[in-house]
Design a protein around this ligand. Sequence first.
Ligand SMILES: [Zn+2]
Length: 345
Amino acid sequence: MNWLTNFVRPKIRALYTKKDVPDNLWHKCPNCEAMIFHRDLEENLHVCQHCGFHMRLDADKRLKMLFDDDDFQVIELPKAPIDPLRFRDQKRYTDRLKEAQAKTGKSDAIRVAHGKMGGIGTVIAAFDFGFMGGSMGIAVGEGLLAAARLAVLQEAPLVVVPSSGGARMQEGILSLMQMPRSTIAVQMVKEAGLPYIVVLTDPTTGGVTASFAMLGDLHIAEKGAQIGFAGARVIEDTIRETLPEGFQRSEYLMEHGMVDMVVHRKDLRETLIRVLDLLSRPGPSAEIVTLPKQEPEAVVAPTEAESIEDLTAEPTVAVTSDTPGAQPHSGETLEPATPGDRPER
Ligand SMILES: [Zn+2]
């Protein structure tokens, strides 16, 4: 039997066991179902090269993509109380947290880093949808406050990149409390006169939309991102109407004035740098040129001095003739009413 166990069995096993090839070499686009080689996907910043679908990015990739050549530092966030409500559904909340931490290697759904963007010192807070749907609990609220404090301390603009399903239901009322808390964080940045920019990514919904994510000085949305408060299905069931196509998508929101810009991911960094440069530059870069002062009579005289009939008549006639409209005024005030000075109609 030795021959069988020592020689044949390993050979057979080797035939059937997986080769040492990573199974994530190919990705399937969730939109067009095309197969994309992982290297192409990395190069395209996780945007499908066939249909332009923007896949979700984790917080680390997001930070790497936005900052100048890895020139950033992730800060350690304050510890938040774990499971204060001792919540349990099918699983304990603490177990769910541990699972998410093991899966993502992060302590919670937010990462805060500071570094340079186009040479401008910037603080970025990015969400990780992979961590319990990027839901906002105490730890995330704490992270947003830390990011705001850091921005104020460094006198740097704050950029927040939400990707979240909303409040974390396992923390009940305490997660809802993060809405006013994050609003205060934003207020701190605004009171310090620093730019606060929100980059809305897929998805930004629920309590996140209802708080800090809609308070930006500027709202930039990634293409095709779902942005809204309640889910489309819930709204449809409530109002009993079919919603228009593209409802709650970036492009639809821009058409309706909720979003300032819709940007392709490849242009996001450049757009942000341009905006930050415009907002944080201390003064105008060009020399201020004073415009020559215009004599007020030149504009006022023709309308006041002439009657409606005179306006239609030849201006030379109006000045020289004894029409009643020209009578009450002296010749001086009427002088500028020459064809050259009259505003073009
Ligand atoms: Zn695709």
